[in-house]
Write a protein that binds this ligand. Structure first.
Ligand SMILES: O=C(O)CCC(=O)C(=O)O
Ligand SMILES: [Fe+2]
Length: 303
C-alpha cells in the first residue's frame, strides 16, 4: 500500500501551523515507508503537460543537435545523457533511457558555458522546478519538525542549493537497443538527494517496500509521488527511510520528471547529535555531498 497525503495547498503559502500538520501527517510515513503520494500540492496540471511537450520536442531532435548539450563535469553534469551513456551502478550494462538535467550550479566549480545554454529548450520545466523547490522546502521543514528540530533547521544548509530536475525518456525499444541483460530500464538505487518529487506519464517506477518487495507505483491523476533519499536517512541516523527504487522494462514510451532536493555544494552530512546517543550510535560516517556527487557522476558518466 502506498500512503496518500492531502496537503494544505501550495507549500509557498503554508503557515507554521500548516507545516506542523504536514509533519504530523507524514512523520510516521517517513519513519516507515519513506514514500507517499501528495495531493492538493498546487502544481498546475497544465504546467506538467507543457513540460512533457517540451521533453517530447527535445527528444525528437536529431542526435547531433541533442549531443550539443552533453552532460560533462564541465557542465556540472547539467544537460543531456544519450542512450547508452549512463553506466549502471549495479550491473555491467547501461541504463536504458535518455536523460536531461536542468537546475542549479555552484560557483565552487567551473562552468564555462552559461547555465542558460543548458536551459534553452526547457522554460516550462524551469517554471516547474520553481514550484517543486518550494514543495521540497515545505516537506523538508515538516521532516525537521517530525525529527524534533526547528522547522528551518535544514535551511542553514540550503543557501545556494544544488537542486536538480531530471527529465527522462524511456523508449519502448531502448532496452533492446542497449542490449540489456536485465529486465529493468533503470537499476535499483537510492537518490543522492534529501528527497525527490516525481511524476510519470506512464507507470514504470517501482519502489522497494520495507519487507523487500517491489511495488509498482501507479500514475495517479493530479498527485505527485514523493520519496525520501540518502541524505535525509543519514542526517536522521536512519529514523527517516530512503526509498530504493528502479524503473521496470517499459512496453510503451514513457517519460518521467524527477525533482531532487539537494543541499549546498560541499555540505557534509553526519547523523545529527540530537538524534544519536549511547543507545543510538551513529550509523553513518560523515559524507561530503559535493565531492561525493561529483565522484558518482564522474564514475557513471565516464567523462
Ligand atoms: O524515471 C523514473 O521514474 C525514476 C528515475 C530515477 O530514479 C532517477 O533518475 O533517479
Ligand atoms: Fe532515482
Amino acid at each position: 500500500m502506498i500512503p496518500h497525503v492531502q496537503l494544505p495547498g501550495p507549500a509557498g503559502e503554508w503557515t507554521s501551523k500548516d507545516r506542523q500538520s504536514v509533519a504530523e501527517r507524514i512523520g510516521g510515513i517517513c519513519r516507515k515507508e519513506g514514500y507517499f503520494f501528495v495531493h492538493n500540492h498546487g502544481v498546475p496540471a497544465e504546467l506538467l503537460k507543457e513540460v512533457y511537450a517540451e521533453m517530447q520536442r527535445f527528444y525528437r531532435l536529431p542526435p547531433e543537435e541533442k549531443s550539443k548539450y552533453d552532460a560533462t563535469e564541465k557542465s556540472q553534469f547539467l544537460g543531456y545523457r544519450g542512450l547508452g551513456r549512463e553506466k549502471s551502478r549495479t550491473h555491467a550494462g547501461t541504463e536504458a533511457c535518455e536523460q536531461y538535467r536542468i537546475g542549479n550550479t555552484t560557483p565552487d566549480l567551473a562552468l564555462p558555458e552559461s547555465v542558460d545554454f543548458y536551459h534553452e529548450h526547457f522554460p516550462k520545466s524551469l517554471e516547474l522546478f520553481g514550484h517543486l523547490t518550494r514543495l521540497g522546502d515545505g516537506l523538508l521543514a515538516a521532516c525537521a519538525l517530525d525529527l524534533g528540530l526547528e522547522e528551518d533547521f535544514f535551511s542553514a544548509h540550503l543557501g545556494a542549493p544544488l537542486h536538480r530536475l531530471g527529465l527522462n525518456y524511456y523508449g519502448a525499444s531502448h532496452l533492446s537497443r542497449v542490449g540489456s541483460k536485465v529486465d529493468y530500464a533503470m537499476s535499483p538505487h537510492v537518490d543522492l538527494s534529501l528527497l525527490t518529487i516525481l511524476d510519470q506519464d506512464e507507470p514504470g517506477l517501482d519502489v522497494r517496500d520495507t519487507d523487500g518487495t517491489w511495488l509498482e507505483v501507479p500514475s495517479v491523476d493530479s498527485a505527485l509521488f514523493v520519496f525520501l533519499a540518502d541524505y535525509v536517512q543519514r542526517w536522521s541516523n536512519g529514523r527517516h527511510r530512503a526509498a530504493p527504487h528502479r524503473v521496470s522494462a517499459v512496453r510503451r514510451d514513457r517519460m518521467s520528471v524527477q525533482y531532487k532536493h539537494r543541499p549546498d555544494y560541499g555540505v557534509v552530512i553526519a547523523p545529527l547529535e540530537a538524534l544519536t546517543g549511547p543507545d543510538e550510535p551513529a550509523k553513518y560516517a560523515p559524507l561530503d555531498t559535493g565531492s561525493d556527487y561529483v565522484a558518482v557522476l564522474r564514475s557513471i558518466l565516464g567523462r
